[in-house]
Design a protein around this ligand. Structure first.
Ligand SMILES: Cc1ncc(C[n+]2csc(CCOP(=O)(O)OP(=O)(O)O)c2C)c(N)n1
Ligand SMILES: [Mg+2]
Length: 481
């Protein structure tokens, strides 16, 4: 083991610097960075006695010679890893610190004891999960750059958390309603949104079904059973209880899933939603993405409890904490949660631990508040530590170990996605802006007298100042005013 350690240490030729990691914002993490990160992970794994085939992830306490249980270093809650897929039950289980369920380690290897829970994923299905995560990642890069160039007003990336949305979407069934927060682009792609669908909304052109009246990336679709993204945090949680209640009353076999961040969990809507769903036995999956930050608020400044998971049993919900960067664990736990909600007729809470690699949004400068120090020695920054454990890298290694995947495939998917994203941006920008009359449509069946007055005032204003609007408003846009 020591010879191996020395050997691995020698192979660490260049440090993975924070600067190099942040350069990955607009380009894929380079081969060298990935290689270095992999070596560092191997080294950490050997140091901790968690080499392949010698995992001490479960309850191996005691003897010095035995590997110590491995502890997750998530900002939002540190706890021991486990392969027990146990949903903690109110009134039955008492737990001081909720363990973190995972199936894959940081190197994408199935941990001993986890085999019984590893979901059976046909090759094409597993590759579709991988491709969807990579497509999110490339779309993010192009549209983040587009915002920097002033081509769109605002953007939020899913960087480092792609597995939460894609894994849950892959585990749900057609007909289940999803209520996203705003970092769930993978859910939309999984349910059939194309790049151009999203691009039309981002540039707010006339093909945007919401006619440009929503913030960028605030998308949704009745046909695909996804409620519109809303920035008023927490509001979607009571809605999810209501949606599930309605489906139950209609006698269906479907669930609702609602996504919210650990920061949003501080809003009063969320305990209310947990309670009403539990009391009324609503088949709702409450899916908390705990990525360690809520804009500039680090989770440690947000709450002093053991993460968010402990709030589940408090309101009577079977609850599990999982490694949200392990897509296999996300799929397995979501499938199980779905089964519990339907067979037992009660809501479930999943706390998915992750790390927000990008800034909160394009309106945010995370260098002002992001913690620099890595949670473990051997890493140049907190961000570099988590970037090396990102969901795309972990699933990629897992698939490669099955002989299903390689670097060439990844490059092909990434470059195709990059091309498509650029084309969708250009195509969306070539489309006209929505007609001005849509400021008054879609709210009520018939416009109110106040809207009629406002519409007349707008028409008069445009007539008075038309020359000032030449070049920015076309005649077509003014039609019907
Ligand atoms: C009701 C409400 N309060 C505050 C805000 C401002 N705000 C927008 S996003 C955000 C952080 C949310 O963090 P979290 O829920 O952890 O989600 P993440 O961004 O980490 O995915 C805040 C405070 C808001 N949009 N709505
Ligand atoms: Mg957060």
């Amino acid at each position: 083991m020591h010879a191996l350690l020395r050997q691995t240490t020698r192979r660490l030729t260049r440090p993975l610097s924070a600067a190099a990691a942040s350069a990955g914002e607009s380009a894929a993490v380079t081969q060298l960075q990935q290689e270095n990160a992999l070596l560092r992970l191997e080294l950490a794994s050997m140091r901790n006695g968690h080499g392949h085939g010698a995992h001490g992830h479960n309850r191996h306490h005691g003897h010095n010679s035995e590997p110590q249980p491995e502890e997750s270093k998530f900002v939002g809650a540190r706890s021991e890893y486990t392969t027990d897929m146990h949903f903690y039950r109110p009134m039955e289980d008492a737990v001081a610190r909720m363990p973190c369920f995972r199936l894959m380690d940081d190197l994408g290897r199935i941990v001993p004891g986890a085999e019984r829970h590893v979901p059976e994923l046909p090759r094409e299905f597993a590759l579709a999960c991988m491709a969807t995560m990579l497509r999110v990642s490339e779309f993010d890069k192009i549209f983040l750059d587009a915002q920097r160039q002033g081509r769109i007003a605002f953007y939020l990336t899913s960087r480092g958390e792609e597995s939460a949305a894609v894994g849950t979407a892959a585990a749900l069934q057609e007909g289940d309603w999803a209520l996203p927060q705003y970092r769930e682009l993978g859910l939309f792609f999984w349910r059939g949104f194309s790049f151009i669908d999203v691009a039309n909304q981002l540039v707010a052109n006339e093909k945007d079904p919401a006619h440009g009246r929503q913030l960028p990336l605030h998308i949704g679709s009745r046909e695909r059973r996804i409620l519109y993204v809303k920035s008023t945090l927490g509001t979607q949680c009571p809605h999810a209880s209501g949606v599930a209640f309605a489906m139950k009353r209609a006698g269906g076999q479907h669930v609702s899933i609602v996504y919210f961040g650990e920061g949003s969990a501080s809003h009063g809507d969320i305990p209310s939603a947990l309670n009403i769903a539990a009391v009324h036995k609503c088949p709702t999956i409450f899916f908390c993405r705990n990525n360690g930050y809520a804009i500039s608020t680090r989770a440690t400044d947000q709450y002093v409890s053991d993460g968010i998971a402990q709030r589940g049993p408090a309101f009577g919900l079977p609850t599990i904490r999982i490694d949200g960067n392990d897509i296999l664990a996300v799929i397995a736990a979501t499938r199980k949660a779905r089964e519990i909600t339907l067979t037992e007729g009660r809501p479930v809470l999943i706390e998915a631990m992750s790390y927000r690699i990008g800034a909160h949004s394009t309106s945010d400068d995370d260098s002002k508040y992001r913690q620099k120090e890595a949670p473990e020695a051997g890493w140049d920054s907190e961000r570099a530590y988590w970037e090396a454990r990102s969901p795309c890298i972990r699933l990629g290694r897992y698939l490669a170990s099955k002989g299903w995947y390689n670097v060439q495939m990844e490059e092909a998917i990434r470059s195709q996605a990059r091309r498509e994203a650029i084309e969708s941006l250009n195509e969306a920008q070539a489309v006209d802006k929505p007609a001005a009359r849509h400021l008054f449509t879609d709210v009520y069946d018939e416009t109110s007298w106040m809207q009629d007055e406002q519409q007349a005032a707008l028409a008069q204003h445009i007539a008075d100042y038309k020359p000032h609007y030449m070049g920015s408003l076309s005649d077509k846009q003014l039609e019907g005013l």
